[in-house]
Design a protein around this ligand. Structure first.
Ligand code: ZN
Length: 166
């Protein structure tokens, strides 16, 4: 492959990543309107969205209802398989230990996320769950897609909350 073609392929992949990340960001904004922490996830199979979700922990009174979990459940139902072996999962924020674990359970081959979560991220910040010798599956990870937009959503949310709480 010539470097020019390779360059185009990389650009095309980057454009697709941004396109799907925008869908995840939209879901994060909707979650925020419902009083949730603004995290959104979009699951794509064969260039089509099969699930899109924001956080629902307060709405559903469910500690496991993170955007990734809600979207993975919906995607599995949609494709009729609990293994999502050809899915790419787009998440605005680096997944936590529970959600990274769910990606392993679902055998998701690719994760694309926007901004790191220094506190709870379990992919690059802590634990390295998506690339662990002790687990039977690895997830290829792309990070930093629309990073500042994804991070600002979270920072804005927590800043507003702190101000509200005085
Ligand atoms: Zn999570």
């Amino acid at each position: 492959m010539s470097s020019a073609v390779e360059g185009e392929a990389v650009t095309a992949a980057g454009a697709a990543h941004k396109r799907w990340m925008r869908e995840a960001i939209r879901a994060a904004r909707e979650a925020e309107l419902a009083g949730e922490v603004p995290v959104g996830t979009c699951v794509v199979v064969d260039d089509e969205v099969v699930a899109i979700a924001g956080n629902r922990t307060r709405t559903d009174c469910d500690p496991t209802a993170h955007a990734e979990i809600v979207a993975l459940r919906e995607a599995a139902q949609r494709v009729g398989n609990y293994r999502l072996a050809s899915a790419t999962v787009y998440s605005t924020i680096e997944p936590c230990a529970m959600c990274a674990g769910a990606l392993i359970q679902a055998r998701v081959p690719r994760l694309v996320y926007g901004a790191k979560d220094d506190r709870a991220g379990a992919v690059d910040s802590h634990f390295g769950i998506c690339n662990s010798n002790q687990l039977n599956h690895r997830v290829a990870v792309v990070s930093g897609i629309l990073e500042s937009e994804c991070r600002e959503l979270m920072q804005e949310f927590f800043r507003t909350r702190r101000t509200d709480e005085g």
